[in-house]
Write a protein that binds this ligand. Sequence first.
Ligand SMILES: Cc1ncc(COP(=O)(O)O)c(C=O)c1O
Length: 300
Amino acid sequence: MAGTPFDQLSGDIWYDGEFVPWSDAKLHILSHGLHYGSSVFEGERAYGGRIFKSEEHTERLLESARTLGFEIPWTAEQINAAKEETLARMQLTDAYIRPVAWRGSEMMGISAQTNTIHLAIAAWEWPSYFKPEERLKGIRLDMAEYRRPDPKTAPFKAKAAGLYMICTVSKHAAEQKGYTDALMLDWRGRVAECTGANVFFIREGKIHTPTPDCFLDGITRRTVIDLARERGIEVIERAIMPEEIPEFEQCFVTGTAAEVTPVSEIAGTKFEVGEIIETLMKDYDAAVRPDAPALQAAAG
Ligand SMILES: Cc1ncc(COP(=O)(O)O)c(C=O)c1O
């Protein structure tokens, strides 16, 4: 699929309750979701035919929509079943799954009280978010210019399309300078997260990670914290200032797409890829497998 535009892949997409051919899964240009960012989505992965933490992702999707003031007209059970059906229809076992919900076209202004709420679910093969060779060495991050906003100015718990605007701007700026991704500070100047992943640091055998009080508390983040604690590794959630970054020995990021990916550099500060990261990468790989005993423990 390398290089094929996403609207030209083959297969079927679940769209408002039925499967439509991939190329027919369209929406009108006068859709509220497109103009006013009234769209929420999930990014999920299936491993060996099982969607990892499918229920948690569905709950977050429904809650993200409620945060934006709309109710997705499908129950959690129906959405979970639709995701499974999509995976089966596409004959995929290891895949990325993208549910997306948005306000339709009935009203075209700020107010959209009567707009139909749409839901679509697509699934495709997507082996690694970062290039595999880069992932093993560790990715390089730049510091982003934009900051994660004050919770009083944006609904940070929602996985809402609008919140990704500054992520794309920041990732593009980093890529133009030869980096893989950007590390964003928050509105107070504390370390927050990457453009599509949470961040962790390691010093003297302990893991430090920012408290998710104004950015997404990722499902992978919580899984990895559980896995580290099961190993007896101390995990400290706290405010981390950018000045502390050079004091850390190791760094990694987590996310459904990124999984556990080591970081080799943040804007000139170098990190090693050490034993704790390697252990967590292996533990995460084991936990996501459907037959993994660790899955039950980590699923919480
Ligand atoms: C901005 C941002 N932060 C963190 C994450 C990690 O979240 P999760 O582990 O639930 O995929 C993601 C990925 O969805 C993200 O887009």
